[in-house]
Ligand binder design. Structure first.
Ligand code: AP5
Length: 220
């Protein structure tokens, strides 16, 4: 199964991609996470991307398209994958088609902007393994360190309220049109994001199962 998760920054794409990845045994590929790793490692591509990320802008199409080409060529993508945060522009969506990648369906998680701004202030991330938590909705066991590797949790630079507002503006202008791109191909499924993570998970699993059945021709 090849699927895409769309949605505003903080809508819950990464959280749900992780759940679906565990349930279906396919990798969840986050361009944001790959870029953050490159920044951490100080690679030339990471250094170029950092200023865009920190200001809430999109990293240039060519940089992320090259990242995706390289990642999808890896063996673990043979049985399928989840793209979290790619494509984020029409150019990226068109490029994916030109690469011959036949996406089965795209899931968009819809959350109002005002909830996003409130939600992002509570996100905490692990600087070592990248695991994501929330002070209120998904706290780590002791509230301070990562349940998976024990590192001290931090906040993301781009979760500052002013940067979140700029990311939302970029989302509405450049990424929302990607929904219509997949809708016009009959491949868009919508999940209304809920206040509790587990409620969104239940709806996402239902959407993915619907998408899977549609893609395999088991239902009309
Ligand atoms: P990226 O890392 O992809 O960030 P994003 O899309 O802005 O999304 P987030 O990771 O912030 O949020 P999410 O939707 O995954 O939500 P999450 O599950 O974490 O990209 C960062 C940057 O990289 C971009 O700004 C850009 O510069 C660059 N970039 C990446 N891809 C690119 C591309 N294709 N083209 C160009 N540039 C690109 O949840 C958020 C928080 O809410 C968490 O704390 C979580 O625990 C909590 N939460 C989740 N679900 C719920 C719920 N239902 N109720 C309450 N809380 C919840």
């Amino acid at each position: 199964m090849k699927m895409i998760f769309l949605g505003a920054p903080g809508a819950g794409k990464g959280t749900q991609a992780e759940n679906v990845s565990a349930a279906y045994g396919i990798p969840a590929i986050s361009t944001g996470a790959i870029i953050r790793e490159s920044v951490k490692n100080g690679t030339p591509a990471g250094m170029e991307a950092k200023s865009y990320m920190d200001s809430g802008s999109l990293v240039p199409d060519k940089v992320v398209i090259d990242i995706i080409k390289e990642r999808l060529a890896q063996d673990d993508c043979e049985k399928g994958f989840i793209l979290d945060g790619f494509p984020r522009t029409i150019i990226q969506a068109e490029e994916l088609e030109k690469m011959g990648v036949d996406i089965d369906f795209a899931v968009t998680i819809e959350v109002p902007d005002e909830n996003i701004v409130r939600r992002m202030s509570g996100r905490r991330v692990c600087p070592d393994c990248g695991a994501s938590y929330h002070t209120e909705y998904k706290p780590s066991k002791d509230g301070e360190s990562c349940d998976k590797c024990g590192a001290k949790l931090t906040t993301r630079h781009d979760d500052l309220p002013e940067v979140v507002l700029s990311r939302l503006k970029v989302y509405h202008e450049q990424t929302e049109p990607v929904k219509e791109f997949y809708n016009s191909r009959g491949k868009l499924l919508t999940v209304i994001g809920q206040e509790k993570v587990e409620d969104t998970t239940a709806l996402t699993m239902k959407a993915v199962e619907t998408g899977r059945m549609l893609a395999t021709g088991r239902v009309e």
